[in-house]
Design a protein around this ligand. Structure first.
Ligand SMILES: Nc1ncnc2c1ncn2[C@@H]1O[C@H](COP(=O)(O)OP(=O)(O)OP(=O)(O)O)[C@@H](O)[C@H]1O
Ligand SMILES: [Mg+2]
Length: 147
């Protein structure tokens, strides 16, 4: 999680809305003009969630990625996941997320459209795509995309 710099102003309605949406949806996307406050809102919401809401919050800052090549390794790294098996990295990550109640924040991912076409890890597991089918009923991780 990024350190909050300065006081957080307003956004009462958006904070409540995002918390509520996270309860009901596996994937929530924040869309808005550059600098409008998407990342701050995601971070603030995560910090206000009750401890029982998620086992952990994992923050993956994606703004520095020029392409999707390192998307999965970077998200896995943000999750502290080191999988040294021969498994497909996306499968490994989706399986890891599928077994936990994690809030995964993909911060600044709007430029990775092609990579996301294959599915973000949250979508991958949430959709019960084939590698995760066995976990479908118990996938409880959630993802916020701040696009
Ligand atoms: N509710 C708020 N209270 C105080 N400062 C805020 C608030 N929301 C945003 N800011 C400040 O405005 C600036 C831009 O916010 P932020 O980085 O969250 O925007 P963003 O929409 O994620 O931008 P980008 O599209 O570039 O990723 C930051 O300096 C942030 O600290
Ligand atoms: Mg941002």
């Amino acid at each position: 999680m990024p350190q909050e710099r300065g006081s957080f102003v307003g956004r009462k309605h958006e904070l409540a809305e995002l918390s509520a949406r996270l309860e009901q949806n596996r994937l929530v996307t924040l869309v808005g003009a550059g600098g409008v406050g998407k990342s701050r809102l995601a971070a603030r919401t995560a910090s206000l969630l009750p401890p029982e809401a998620f086992e952990s919050v994992q923050w993956a800052p994606l703004w520095s990625l020029g392409s999707g090549t390192l998307l999965i390794p970077l998200v896995a790294d943000a999750c502290g996941l080191s999988d040294h098996s021969a498994r497909d990295p996306l499968d490994a990550l989706a399986t890891w997320l599928g077994a936990r109640r994690v809030l995964l924040v993909l911060d600044s991912c709007e430029h990775l459209v092609q990579a996301r076409a294959r599915g973000t890890p949250g979508e991958h597991g949430a959709a019960g795509a084939s590698p995760c089918a066995a976990h479908h009923d118990r996938v409880e991780s959630r993802a916020v995309r701040a696009a």
